[in-house]
Design a protein around this ligand. Sequence first.
Ligand code: KG4
Ligand code: ZN
Length: 344
Amino acid sequence: MLTLGIETSCDETSCAILKDSDIILSNVVSSSLRRHRPFGGVVPEIASRHCLEQIDLVFNEALARAGIKPKDIGLIAVTNGPGLVGSLLVGVSFAKALSYQLGVPLVGVNHLEAHLVANFIRNAGDPVPGPGKKKPERFVGLLVSGGHTLLVAGERGRLTVLGETVDDAAGEAYDKVAKMLGLGYPGGPVIDKLAKKGNPEAIRFTKPKQDNRFDFSFSGIKTAVLYGIRDRRARGRGLDLNFKRDVAASFQHAVVSWLVDKTLDAAAFKQVQDVVVGGGVSANSELRKRLGEEGRRLEIRVWFPPLALTNDNAAMIARRGNDLYREGCVSSNELTADPNLSIV
Ligand code: KG4
Ligand code: ZN
């Protein structure tokens, strides 16, 4: 069966064709990133307008690259939350109209759940170490993106939330720190690159304490960077490249340490052998390295999606929709965008 995936939860417009549950025939992504750069973050109106302008083009391109016609589509999977309401509505409306026109079933997909299954598309997830690529029955999932930071437990096909950020998401902290350092948007990739040349011990950030041991907090570290920059300026010193490298390295070292420690603590708590990571921050080189190494030491398989599937894309939506459909889930034409859709 061919599944059409549609993703428009934020600043990307993406359509993908997935054959059965594993083979990506096409995965077209049109990003409006460039248009948001002057504002240092995503502007919701620009994002939704971009989705509206692009959805037809991206859909047709996905069909052309897969070499199929609309009548070949057997299932439509669409992100219906969480995300920006205007962007979400574009994808959901398009999917509903197409489902009605073609007479094929429709499945609403939770964007966060889809980020995790990006690991299970064949040739995609690369468990470290070991050869088995079969989806684990039980796992702990770390979801790290620009809007969310969550630890979940996967058991019997269900996800339950173990903890989440009480303030900023990890990706959001990267973006805000990059903005303070004048590094542009998005902040993750540029800080990741700069950090490689800085001293991770230059600044010691205080580890935040949470009542729930699996919760996170990233607003304190952001404020600490802000004060550091303010103090430096007050002393008449500028933000030279070495300073930026040291802030980037120290910030990344702290954030990655907190993510790694809590994830492995959750894996021990749930007594699982697999940790599955997803979301934009899963592209981070230090997170990949340190969680991979620590996992190996503890004989835990750590799954990271291939870099091409770390950012928002419709292949992961198609895969999640396909899984849900095979479990018997179908959405009605009443499906609507839910900006705050949560993992139950
Ligand atoms: O999942 P995603 O594409 O969009 C959301 O659903 O939010 O994640 C985007 C986030 C941005 O905050 C971006 O700065 C961050 O992922 N990101 C990274 C890296 N690449 C992207 N953060 C840290 N290191 C990276 N290499
Ligand atoms: Zn995302």
